[in-house]
Design a protein around this ligand. Sequence first.
Ligand code: ADP
Ligand code: MG
Length: 348
Amino acid sequence: MSEKKLGIIGGGQLGSMLSQAAKKLNIKTIVYTDDKDAPAQNFCDEFIVADYKEKNKILEFVSKVDIITFEFENIPFETLNEMSKLKKVLPKPSVNRLIQHRLAEKDFINKLNIRTTRYVSIEKKSDLNTLEDLLPGILKTTTMGYDGKGQYPIKKIEDLELLNIDFSKGYILEKLVKLKKEISVIVTRFGINNFEIYEPIENTHQEQILKHSKIPAEISQKILHQSKDWAMLIAEELKYIGTLCVEFFIDRNDNLYVNEIAPRVHNSGHLTINAYNVSQFENHIRAVCSLDQISLKKISNAEMINLIGNQILPYRQDFKLKTNQFFFDYKKKEIKNKRKMGHVTTLI
Ligand code: ADP
Ligand code: MG
């Protein structure tokens, strides 16, 4: 039997880790990215660099693969849709279209009777004048945001004057939740009501960028069950195939809210590489390539620290890792402020 070839759109650390997981399963990977320096070139079998809208290159990529998946959500919908006419794209492009747009995403979640933060669509500056009860809040671009990019905390309407925001883009205003904790739940859906689900992961952010993740999350039984149930319901309703992550807020009264859905593997799940028998990456590959499903077993509790910007440097110079520590260098060409450069997982 010939080897399966998996096309991965996006060449960042998630694409790298998907490629590594695929290799373990004897699946060849072809990464398509618009970044010639993308780190996944160090891990995949073949690497194509072109704009996400370049027809010829898209066709070349599609002709080389059996199945297509992606490592980030902000791929032009048309590109995914065109690809899906020729080869299977999983998760399906309509999932991506929904989640690319914060407003559509939140409306969808609320329709499932799942709580989100309170929010309202903002199309022009004057829309904000009547929204005192959503303040303090966060103004977020409806599309293309990640790692806190495109977000503006607003305490009072006057703050807007200083911010100089480009209202030709769409925004939502979200009420600020008084956070006790943030958690995420990662689930891989293989088919109708068929899941492998990881336990909730507790996350800490610095400057809106994930800094630290750990299992077990210190949460009540109520939150444990509700977060897993909601994550599975969302995956089921999306008819999702592959690994998906739901980010949650917990407020000071122990109420759970969905913050956002990531239709892909997720940074908070890096610890699953060492803490479980099957990682979120391997599960994603197994689901999208229709391979055998293996029951998840936790091997150990764990914590993960993201190495952001210069924080990678001491680890690159012969840092003495303990036997329960695992260091990952994403091999990004350039160190940048606020750029995720690597991570360390410690089994505890
Ligand atoms: P991104 O797409 O950049 O990940 P998020 O909406 O997840 O954007 O926001 C990033 C982080 O900012 C969250 O994980 C949380 O720490 C903080 N944050 C965002 N929205 C809110 C909110 N409404 N209330 C409280 N904290 C928030
Ligand atoms: Mg987020």
